[in-house]
Design a protein around this ligand. Structure first.
Ligand SMILES: [Zn+2]
Ligand SMILES: [Zn+2]
Length: 266
């Protein structure tokens, strides 16, 4: 059954604002600069290569959630072209992955019927853990191929894919073997993030639906420390997000308390 809208009147300051949106897009660009700058510094042997996976761990989940928050605010005409082009990651995960416009349409279809037959994200929610893990780790390609199969390849998407191919080739040529470790780090962190943001919050105890993740306080604090409040709030309170997609991520813990009386984040 689709989620029932909450009837609680939330304070106006809980709603997402233009100020929030500017912060999301600014953090995407800062994260990109950190990641690409770190890659260049590692190539130049100024920082150790072990710093790269750590940078990916800090930057990529933030990019993923900031882009998710932007999906609910801006269409592709309102957002800067770089974020629209890159879509799921500031560094291409694949030569085959969707751009922002397609991701946005797909995400709204996910919101319309989460974990139901018409949900385009059902394929990386359903099945046993082996299937869920495989589908999460191949979701950039699978989502793109499923989209193209259904909607065709627009000139804009084809252009974006060609740019991604050129970026990947340039990064590989510049980095050599370092690129392999950089790319594997991106794929590993993205796959784990995908599992958390789709499987864990839409399939629990054998049931399909939309759920919170009631983590213990120490885990919430550790997640906030490593990934930041936006990642933590939006993931742990995914049920409240689905019921009220226009609430800002910063307000989700308070909204969850108002709704259920329980706290999943502080
Ligand atoms: Zn959403
Ligand atoms: Zn969802």
């Amino acid at each position: 059954m689709p989620p029932q809208p909450l009837t609680l009147p939330f304070p106006a300051e809980y709603m997402v604002t233009e100020f929030d949106a500017l912060g999301y897009s600014r953090r995407c660009m800062v994260g990109t600069a950190v990641l690409v700058g770190g890659y260049a510094l590692a190539i130049a042997h100024i920082i150790p290569s072990i710093a790269l996976p750590l940078m990916v761990l800090l930057v990529l989940p933030r990019w993923m959630i900031n882009v998710h928050e932007l999906l609910h605010i801006y269409d592709e005409q309102q957002l800067n072209r770089f974020i629209c082009l890159m879509g799921v990651s500031p560094v291409p995960l694949s030569v085959i992955s969707l751009s922002y416009g397609e991701i946005r349409t797909q995400h709204f279809a996910h919101h319309a019927a989460p974990a139901h037959a018409s949900d385009p994200d059902l394929y990386h929610i359903q099945g046993n853990w082996g299937q869920a893990i495989f589908n999460a780790f191949t979701s950039p390609e699978q989502s793109a191929l499923r989209w193209i199969n259904r909607h065709g390849l627009t000139p804009q998407l084809a252009f974006d894919l060609a740019i991604k191919l050129m970026v990947l080739v340039a990064l590989a040529v510049l980095g050599g073997s370092l690129f392999i470790w950089f790319w594997l780090s991106l794929r590993l962190v993205y796959g784990l993030g995908d599992l958390a943001f789709f499987r864990l919050v839409h399939h629990q105890r054998g049931e399909y639906g939309t759920f919170s993740l009631p983590w213990p306080l120490w885990a919430v604090q550790l997640s906030t420390l490593v990934f930041g409040a936006t990642v933590t709030n939006a993931t742990l309170n995914h049920d409240v997000h689905h019921q009220n997609p226009y609430l800002a991520a910063r307000a989700l813990p308070a909204a969850a308390i108002a709704h259920t009386g329980s706290m999943t984040s502080d």
